[in-house]
Design a binder for this molecule. Structure first.
Ligand SMILES: [Zn+2]
Length: 603
């Protein structure tokens, strides 16, 4: 099968086309729903500046009307957004779709003002009678987590006028800085000498890809070019960092936050104790990961690993997969876990929910998006026959299965925090990766698969810890004054030394790791790093419980997936007797990796 006839995703059951009367009608209906919501807000006085009702029954009826409207409206918006995105992500030249998306974004801003500012601020004023309100209406009981969380978060709102000014000004503040960061990093080019002696000017995104080049010389040239290129724009990027972090500090203070980490923990739906338990277990696992780095250095004929070798490929994959073989492999291994999971994957394959092959204009990487209007998901891949893409296929199908488990939930019940959003995907990826390790055809293939696994895990544990240290220190210093590029470099090097430690060649680290990771430049998501580690360790911890309990695990697991938008992480984990606040649970997941490090050392 050639790339050209691999399946593309089919969304014709959602809308027939971008200019179809059906989509035009849907857009009109969405706008009229937003207007209806405006009227409803006005009529029922959902306004933080007006005293709220004192009668719980009256309040309950207003709230339940709001929730019903918000659920319908959000379902509409997410579905239209997914539909338009299906064009943009597979064809960046599609101007018609880009325009449609930008129009939709205007509507989304209005909806955010309605839901996140007016309703949140108003509901917060009824903190005292909230239990009575919830008790008086069954539809509110089903949304109790959403309501309680909204009230808790309402403490951190400024006045409606201030919030409005902040969101308008943000377009010229943090949002503008983030945009500039995106422009600089995506347009930066640098010369790199190639294996054939030519020296073309390449975009940084392409130079970053040299990090897993087979030839060490090219990895090193990529690393050096990166260093020179980032140096040429470090002052501009430092200004972006100062702008974003400065705004976050000002607004978080004005909103009564202790610090930016506090808000991030609320978004992740975990408490500080949980984070600290996880971080301490991560720290304890550094010696194990350093063994992996040292073993890798040794295999490359060195004593210590320089930065340019971190992503060096190892071993050799014997097999490559045609797409039908990849489908077969995933189905076979999902089937052993749960026939329901493999039936789900088969449904996705049979109905063309997956856009498989890379092509010009298509976005890189992979993702899964829910299309709630038809209770389905769609998956984007850039499948090239490599085993890694088989793992990615399994990972994304896990996200789809997670969405499927939430079909019976309302939109407000499906708002998963980042920490729990990766549960099913990690589980599915683990199922297929473990199968591949067990079935490796040769030591070289086993080494290649183990390398992929351990490299990914060391990034999520060791590198993310260094990002956390970096961001903590940047906020601390930015609170007092702006930081120079040199200071940012120093903080990054310090963070890498503390985490990678003697596993690495400390004279050859990468001080510019802060320049291109977009996570640092998002004002809405500070500390967008540790949730990845949470996802990995929670997912693999659940996998260990599955190994113990077998089939009995499945119904409870499905129930967990259906509820990930309806509770704190600690409450949901307690259903499996997991105590997230004790380092023991996290240590268990990390200890599980050790057998793979041992095997890696032997190979
Ligand atoms: Zn994922």
């Amino acid at each position: 099968m050639t790339e050209n006839n691999l399946p593309r995703w089919d969304l014709s059951n959602v809308y027939p086309g971008l200019d179809s009367p059906e989509l035009i009608d849907a857009n009109k209906e969405m706008i009229s729903m937003v207007e209806e919501m405006d009227d409803y807000i006005l009529e029922t006085k959902i306004d933080p500046t007006i005293p709220p009702p004192t009668d719980p029954k009256l309040a309950a009826s207003i709230i339940s009307g709001f929730i019903e409207k918000a659920n319908t409206l959000n379902r509409f918006v997410i579905t239209i957004n997914a539909y338009i995105s299906s064009f943009i992500t597979t064809d960046s030249y599609d101007n018609e779709a880009s325009k449609a998306l930008s129009e939709l974004q205007q509507v989304v801003i209005r909806i955010q003002q309605q839901q996140d500012v007016l309703f949140t601020g108003w509901l917060g004023k009824m903190n005292d009678i909230l239990p009575e309100i919830i008790e008086s209406d069954p539809s509110l009981k089903e949304h109790s987590f959403f309501l309680e969380e909204t009230v808790l978060q309402s403490k951190y709102l400024m006045s409606s006028e201030e919030e409005e000014l902040a969101s308008e000004l943000s377009l010229s503040g943090a949002t503008a800085w983030a945009k500039l960061h995106g422009t600089i990093t995506s347009q930066l080019k640098w010369k790199v000498e190639q294996e054939d002696g030519t020296t073309p000017e390449l975009p940084l995104t392409q130079i970053l890809n040299f990090r897993d080049h087979e030839n060490e010389l090219m990895r090193k040239r990529g690393y050096e070019a990166e260093g020179e290129a980032w140096k040429s724009v470090e002052n501009q990027l430092a200004a972006c960092m100062n702008g974003v972090k400065g705004q976050v500090l000002v607004l978080d203070k004005r909103r009564g936050r202790k610090d930016p980490l506090e808000r991030s923990l609320d978004q992740a739906r975990i408490d500080k104790e949980t984070l600290e338990a996880m971080m301490s277990a991560m720290k304890d696992s550094f010696p194990m990961f350093r063994r992996y780095f040292k073993a890798k250095a040794q295999k490359l004929g060195k004593e210590k690993l320089p930065w340019w070798d971190i992503f060096a490929p190892m071993g050799k994959l014997e097999r490559s997969f045609s797409y039908p073989e990849a489908q077969e492999y995933v189905l076979e291994n999902f089937e052993k876990f749960s026939p329901e999971l493999s039936a789900y994957a088969k449904r996705a394959f049979d109905n063309n929910w997956i856009d498989v092959a890379p092509r010009d204009g298509k976005r890189a990487g992979a993702f899964c998006m829910g299309v709630p209007g038809v209770n389905e998901s769609r998956i984007l891949l850039n499948f090239d026959g490599n085993l890694n893409w088989v793992f990615t296929l399994a990972h994304e199908l896990g996200h789809g299965f997670h969405n499927d488990c939430q079909t019976d939930r309302t939109m407000l019940q499906r708002d998963n925090p980042m920490t729990l959003a990766e549960t099913a995907s990690i589980m599915c990826e683990t199922i297929v990766t473990n199968a591949a390790i067990n079935e490796a055809k040769s030591p070289q293939e086993e080494l290649a698969i183990l390398e992929t696994k351990l490299n990914g895990e060391s990034q999520v544990v060791v590198d993310i810890y260094s990002r956390f240290l970096f961001e903590t220190e940047v906020f601390k210093r930015r609170d007092k004054a702006e930081l120079s590029a040199q200071e940012l470099n120093e903080i990054m090097l310090e963070a890498q030394k503390e985490t990678y430690g003697d596993g690495m060649d400390l004279d050859n680290l990468q001080q510019y790791m802060w320049t291109w990771k977009p996570h640092y430049y998002s004002a809405g998501r500070s500390f967008y790093n540790y949730p990845y580690t949470f996802g990995l360790l929670f997912g693999s911890g659940l996998y260990a419980i599955y190994k113990e309990r077998g089939d009995a695990f499945i119904p409870q697991y499905k129930d967990l997936l259906s509820s990930t938008g309806m509770g704190t992480a600690a409450d949901l984990a307690a259903r499996f007797d997991i105590d997230l606040r004790s380092p023991g649970f996290w240590k268990g997941s990390l200890d599980d990796i050790e057998q793979y490090v041992e095997r890696y050392e032997q190979l």
